[in-house]
Design a protein around this ligand. Structure first.
Ligand code: 5GP
Length: 205
């Protein structure tokens, strides 16, 4: 059976990843990989839906047992993609979306060279700062840490396959653009290694 697409969507804090993904997932064409994290749930976040919230000890046990497809430490907390769920989704032929940061994205690209890496960006750094402050779920110290992190994350942009801009209030348009990218990706020649052989085999039949 055909393997599903491994799709990585990264974006600095305030890029609106969550909202864009919600639009993308609404159609049921993609499965969202629920990460594990050691940070506490935010208001409105639900265990098992947004993240699997686990302790540092549990996280380190999972790393030791090779239970994470990739993982990183981000602003003092562990974040990682549970291996088993991800592999099961891909093997079933469904497309999997990983909403992860740059370090994890590079680990995935190494393990899955065919993965599609998409970076979602706010229109500008200033817009990003406004969004983060507007969210008001974090302390000033955390906001500054996330803004500093964004500068580093931007350096990884050339290693991504695509960039999509989330203009103000444009989450639905972004989801549409990502859908178009993924639609085209299924026709990439690299995803059809047996095309020539199959073409001639068929002619003989
Ligand atoms: P937040 O705390 O805002 O939910 O997430 C912080 C950062 O961690 C975001 O950039 C998010 O995309 C990233 N992240 C979430 N889950 C994972 C994961 O499983 N692996 C990695 N490498 N990053 C993740």
């Amino acid at each position: 059976m055909k393997q599903g697409l491994m799709v990585v969507i990264s974006g600095p804090a305030g890029s609106g990843k969550g909202t864009v993904n919600a639009h993308l997932l609404a159609t049921g064409e993609y499965v969202y990989s629920v990460s594990a994290t050691t940070r506490a749930p935010r208001k409105d976040e639900v265990d098992g839906i947004n993240y699997h919230y686990i302790t540092r000890e549990e996280f380190e046990e999972r790393i030791a047992a090779d239970g994470m497809l990739e993982y990183t430490e981000y602003c003092g907390y562990y974040y990682g993609t549970p291996r088993k769920e991800a592999e099961e989704v891909l093997a079933s032929g469904k497309n999997l979306i990983l909403e992860i940061e740059v370090d994890g994205a590079m680990q995935i690209k190494k393990k899955f060279p065919n993965a599609v890496l998409i970076m979602l960006l706010p229109p500008s750094y200033a817009a990003q700062e406004n969004r983060l402050r507007g969210r008001a779920t974090e302390t000033e110290e955390k906001i500054l840490a996330r803004l500093a992190k964004a500068k580093i994350e931007l350096e990884y942009l050339p290693r991504y396959d695509y960039v999509v801009y989330n203009e103000n209030g444009g989450a639905e348009a972004c989801a549409e653009q990502i859908r178009a990218i993924l639609y085209a990706e299924q026709f990439a020649t690299s995803r059809h290694p047996d095309a020539v052989r199959a073409f001639f085999d068929d002619a003989e039949a």
